[in-house]
Design a protein around this ligand. Sequence first.
Ligand code: PHE
Length: 374
Amino acid sequence: MNLKTNAMYSVPKLEDYSPDGLERARNEFLSALDTDVLNATTEEEWKAARDRWMSRKSGLLSQINDTWLKSSPPEHRRNTGQLVNELKEIVTGQFSQTPDAILGRTKNQALAAERLDISLPGIQRAIGVKHPVLRVMDEIVAVFKAMGYSVGEGPEVETDYYNFESLNFPPNHPARDTQDTLFIAGQERKPARERLLLRTHTSPVQIRTMEKQAPPLRIVIPGKVHRNDPLDATHSPLFHQVEGLAVDTNITFCDLKGTLDHAMKALFGSSVKTRFYPSFFPFTEPSADMQVSCIFCGGKGCRTCKFSGWIELLGCGMVDPNVFEFVKDNGYDSSKISGFAFGMGVERIALLKYGVEGIQLFYEGDVRFLEQFS
Ligand code: PHE
């Protein structure tokens, strides 16, 4: 019998219970044990071997008890019992501890896994890119900077005064309903104009800027705004705007049109056309919605422009004299100066510019989407 390949070892039936026969059975059993123990080189193999030998139900030890001892002739029972006991002790002793060699080997394997091979190529970490919304916002700002505008910012948590009142939204004016938002809780004791809310547009920064800076003034204000708008393909309760304000002597609606027409050509390409539709904002008079000729069909009519050839893009108008009233002490005398203002949604422009299908793609943070802008 080839004792080295003992995977096949199974407990034989004993025919010969003589001392010689028992001796032979003992030797075969022990050399199979030796081979199994030597072959176990990992902790798992060691445990598997232990089960094979010691498992209570079907281990080889239980088997010699059943096949050798229980069926031994009475006259050999004593010797057989002694042998089985001896083997039990040897096997138990053998498996009482995981040998140092195996433990050492697993430790070495762990160390080997940690070893650093400095000749391997390094891990490439992707460098982030500017988020498409930020990128478009910066692009818009750059277009106006090139026309001599400065850049300003204002707080995202605003007072009712700046967000509504000073922009000529009187308390309870219905135009407030279109810009419903989150108010900070527990402010009932404050006068209405001091109550804090998440700003619904960047227009409050118009007043904040005019309070600080006398005319003439040309400024763009990028920023984050909030509205009680349920999320759909084109609306999000949080979005971004770029506000613009120009105040000087003799500013006219023509200046507004020329400025925005130039900006749209800079953003969408020189073939884009603009047109101005009457609209209403409490803080501009007259007010307009500016539309651009559809960038997808060039004005022929398609699904995106609802077959009108035009896409509504921003609100604008001439600054209402009532607004200048709030800052008249800083040189804003509506009999001497005039101005225009506009506000555009950045996501809306980004959606059009890149043909993105839903606004939510901008906020989900899916790298596969964002990577396309690198
Ligand atoms: N603030 C307006 C809005 O968010 C847009 C706007 C800005 C309109 C400036 C006119 C002038 O809807």
